[in-house]
Design a protein around this ligand. Structure first.
Ligand code: G16
Length: 580
């Protein structure tokens, strides 16, 4: 009873006795005491409604202590639910401004937290008192049949923690550690500063019983990269017109990690800028989100780089876009090669290897290659992919949605236009490839094609989109093809597009259809948007509430840049007038 004497149960509908009884039915007293004591350290911020969002919780770092602490608890529970498998918890706000922070959870598979657990995450993040928090946890563990407390002390949960370079990261990581350890017997292991994809990769490897350190991650990257380089046909080797690539690290963790990797990459002429060491601010005028949305040159790049192949990472290095500054440019505009173009390059290369194999496939077991895009995909990219004869499917914004759909194919390539994506190989298909690799004659075209596919499956992060592994794959494919960035850009011509962020009092007032192409609420706005779209040849536009920033996003495309800009502006005006 002493446990509750200290707590003001206020206008609770149940008594301390009934609370004690109902809590202990799922958790013993020492577990309850542990949760109540630690949660006292992390009161929830007043009048803030927290929501799990597109990729976890995100917001002003000063308001996140209690949320991170509570997600620490959730991660430990997730580990216990899945037989003490390792779960990852990453402290990052990715592309957001430096004063923000956030949390992404890596499930034991290495993918994003199961969406079934998101409502629980929302509930505990918003619980207004320790008592309510404990009560919610008790209900949840009972429903999920998770045994916690004294009897679990010998079979603990394990949570690996990582953080990006944000100044608020270290203290938030301590909050996460306390959250994890408040589930008795659970262990939090601090893996230090990492990119988000590194942590996802390490969690996946650990749970598969593979070597799972950061060094193993690097070793895997350069071994598979070198293998692909060795498989480049001789005829293609000298064709690459521009061999140097310059990477914009967004003043975040990605540039720093690429520097570490560079030591082993002697086949790549690589220059890294915006590492954050020279006083640049994370994501400010730099990085993949800035370059992709604004289509302008990031800080640190300029006329000296005309026609050179350049790439940008985002703040936690899970997004990658390419760009170059055209010769004729008198402004700071860039030619952007976004996630759609990377997807197209990957699809072309994979298809080329599969064609070599499938021609030889006597049993007729042709592989299923599919691609997944979102409503943001440029219409021209979708036309191009269909013209390649590929299965193109659409998913809602958020890698968690794309990943799920890509996993339905033997090889599923998914990319968001913002540069977030990867290539998934099904386990069955990998086994088939490995068996085939053993059977085929070394040095034959078929053997080379299989070996390339196996190397791609090792190089490209199977857990989540990864700027480092994506960069290496783009680089090796360009060398394989003998293509410059300009040649790659000619695969198709993007329809002009524009994206705008609109600040509104309540972005949740916008409700969309599942594909996010139409707004169901506020009532009447979609008709007004449709009327605008009709005014523009090849016009297309949609709105959706962001799940990472407090804005409504507007996307528009049309046959000219002026028309796309004008359509986006008109739709933004509609958003303001309906929601302002
Ligand atoms: C996250 C998600 C991405 C999503 C992006 C923007 O990226 O992982 O899938 O496209 O947010 O989402 P929204 O438009 O809802 O703000 P990141 O790189 O910021 O973690």
């Amino acid at each position: 009873m002493f446990l509750f004497d200290r707590w003001d149960l206020g206008a609770s509908s149940f008594s301390p006795l009934s609370l004690s009884h109902s809590l202990t039915s799922a958790m013993d007293e020492s577990q309850i005491a542990s949760l109540l004591k630690s949660s006292e350290l992390f009161p929830t911020p007043q009048s803030v409604k927290l929501s799990y969002g597109t990729a976890g919780f995100r917001g002003d770092a000063k308001l996140l202590d209690s949320t991170v602490y509570r997600v620490g608890i959730l991660s430990a529970l997730r580990s216990l639910k899945l037989g003490s498998s390792t779960v990852g918890l990453m402290i990052t706000a990715s592309h957001n401004k430096v004063s923000d922070n956030g949390i992404k959870v890596a499930d034991p598979s290495g993918g994003m937290l199961s969406q079934e657990w998101e409502p629980f995450a929302d509930q505990i993040a918003n619980a207004s008192s320790p008592r309510e928090l404990v009560s919610l946890i008790r209900e949840f563990v009972e429903k999920e049949e998770i045994a916690i407390g004294e009897e679990k002390k010998n079979k603990s949960a394990e949570v690996w923690l990582g953080r990006d370079t944000r100044p608020s990261g270290e203290s938030l990581l301590r909050a996460a550690e306390i959250g994890v350890s408040s589930i008795l017997g659970s262990v939090a292991i601090d893996k230090g500063i990492l990119t988000t994809p590194q942590l996802h990769w390490m969690v996946r490897a650990k749970n598969k019983g593979l070597k799972a350190t950061e060094n193993d991650y690097f070793e895997n990257l350069f071994t598979s990269f070198r293998c692909l380089i060795d498989l480049i046909p001789n005829s293609g080797k000298d064709k690459l017109e521009v061999s140097k690539v310059i990477v914009d690290g967004a003043n975040g963790v990605g540039g720093l990690k690429l520097e570490e990797l560079r030591e082993s990459l002697n086949n790549l002429d690589l220059e890294i800028r915006n590492t954050g060491r020279d006083g640049g601010v994370l994501n400010e005028g730099v990085g993949a989100d800035f370059v992709q949305k604004e289509k302008v040159v990031p800080l640190g790049f300029g006329s000296k780089d005309v026609e050179t192949r350049c790439a940008s990472f985002d703040g936690d290095a899970d997004r990658l876009v390419y760009f170059y500054i055209p010769t004729e440019s008198s402004t700071d505009k860039v030619e952007l090669l976004d996630g759609d173009k990377i997807l197209s390059l990957f699809a072309l290369f994979i298809k080329e290897q599969l064609n070599t194999l499938d021609d030889d496939d006597k049993e007729g077991t042709r592989s299923r290659l599919g691609v997944v895009q979102t409503a943001y995909a440029n219409g021209a990219s979708t036309d191009y992919l269909k013209q390649l004869g590929l299965d193109v499917v659409f998913a809602k914004t958020g890698v968690k949605h794309l990943h799920e759909k890509a996993a339905e194919f033997d090889i599923g390539i998914y990319f968001e236009a913002n540069g977030h994506g990867t290539i998934l190989f099904s386990e069955t298909f990998i086994s088939l490839l490995v068996a085939k690799q053993k059977d085929l004659t070394q040095g034959s075209e078929e053997h080379k094609a299989v070996s390339r596919l196996v190397a791609v499956s090792n190089l490209i992060n199977q857990a989540v989109g990864d700027a480092l592994s994506g960069l290496l794959l783009v680089e090796v494919i360009l060398q394989h093809m003998g293509w410059s960035v300009q040649k790659w850009n000619e695969l198709y011509k993007d329809l002009p597009s524009r994206q705008i962020k609109v600040e509104v009092p309540d972005r949740a007032a916008v409700v969309t259809t599942s594909e996010e192409t139409e707004a169901l609420k506020p009532l009447g706005i979609q008709d007004a948007i449709n009327a605008e779209i009709k005014k523009y040849p090849r016009g297309r536009a949609f709105i959706r509430p962001s799940g990472t920033e407090d804005v409504v996003r507007v996307y528009a495309e049309a046959s000219t840049q002026e028309a796309a800009d004008s359509l986006a502006n008109s739709v933004a005006q509609l958003v303001k007038s309906f929601l302002g």
